[in-house]
Design a protein. Structure first.
Length: 284
């Protein structure tokens, strides 16, 4: 099947981030992997040969982080991974004070141009749950083109009934599931486990910090301490950004406030000589 894929990045990523953050990470960081799977899965008439790969992104945009009190997740760092997967990136900057962009209009115009172009595409695949694409799917159906809709949440019925194939939110998550991947998938978007899963680890982190500092004759360098703690606790400290505290220094301040963090060092004020005049609190 001669296929064209159009990805509304902002819509898909934001939807996945609310629905299942690890899937959002897999979508944004490893598009080449799910693209290969989509070529042979959720088919209408046969395996797909991608003739067009186009991703519409507001590079200045961001999405709300799934955890409270965390900064928003910017879109720009993911641009490179889509370029590396062979996508043509279409930048859709905000056009109004309310930061509305024209990604849906740009996508629709490009699809109509392709529909009337010299290449007879067999199938158009649209990754979005935006109901504004309903007239576009009506136009594609009238032109007797196969359509597949990849959605991240339940799209409106008027949109789904027009598509020949709908990859629903559950199937989309399965498509993004990285079977057998051994490397971490949270390098850009750290996802914190539920509080019940980390409470005990936070207590263990505080105990280990006190133990390391207590056995040292002087202040302990944070970089060396962090290396030892990663060996003790595993990748969870990086995947959760020190259990939501963002840095080791802030984690120590919150979990072991009797210790003193000074620039790149941590020490026990009752035992260790700290450099006068250099002590200052970490910035929030």
């Amino acid at each position: 099947m001669r296929a064209a894929l159009y990805v509304d990045f902002d819509n898909v990523f934001s939807g996945l981030l609310d629905l299942h953050p690890p899937a959002a990470t897999a979508f944004a960081e490893h598009p080449g992997e799910w693209l290969r799977r989509l070529a042979t899965e959720h088919l209408v008439d046969g395996p797909r040969r991608w003739l067009v790969l186009r991703c519409y992104m507001n590079s200045a945009g961001s999405a709300r982080h799934p955890l409270p009190d965390h900064p928003r997740v910017p879109f720009a760092p993911f641009r490179r991974s889509f370029v590396a997967a062979g996508f043509e990136m279409v930048d859709c900057p905000p056009l109004t004070p309310q930061k509305k962009n024209a990604a849906d209009i740009r996508l629709a115009i490009d699809v109509v141009d392709a529909l009337h172009g010299p290449v007879p595409y067999d199938e158009f695949v649209i990754a979005s749950s935006d109901s504004d694409f309903t007239p576009l799917l009506q136009r594609l159906r009238a032109a007797d083109r196969r359509t597949t809709l990849v959605s991240t949440f339940d799209a409106v019925e008027a949109l789904t009934v027009l598509a020949d194939r709908v990859v629903d939110s559950r199937q989309t998550q399965a498509l993004l599931r990285a079977e057998g991947r051994t490397r971490p998938v949270a390098s850009v978007l750290p996802i914190q486990p539920p509080p019940s899963a980390t409470d005990g680890l936070e207590t263990e982190l505080a105990r280990l910090v006190r133990d390391h500092v207590g056995r040292s004759d002087g202040p302990v360098h944070l970089a060396a301490l962090g290396k030892d703690l990663r060996a003790d606790l595993g990748d969870v400290v990086d995947q959760t950004r020190w259990f939501g505290h963002r840095t080791l220094g802030r984690a120590i301040q919150d979990l072991a406030p009797e210790l003193h963090v000074e620039e790149h060092w941590v020490g026990d004020p009752a035992r260790h000589a700290l450099s006068p005049g250099r002590s200052r609190p970490l910035r929030p």
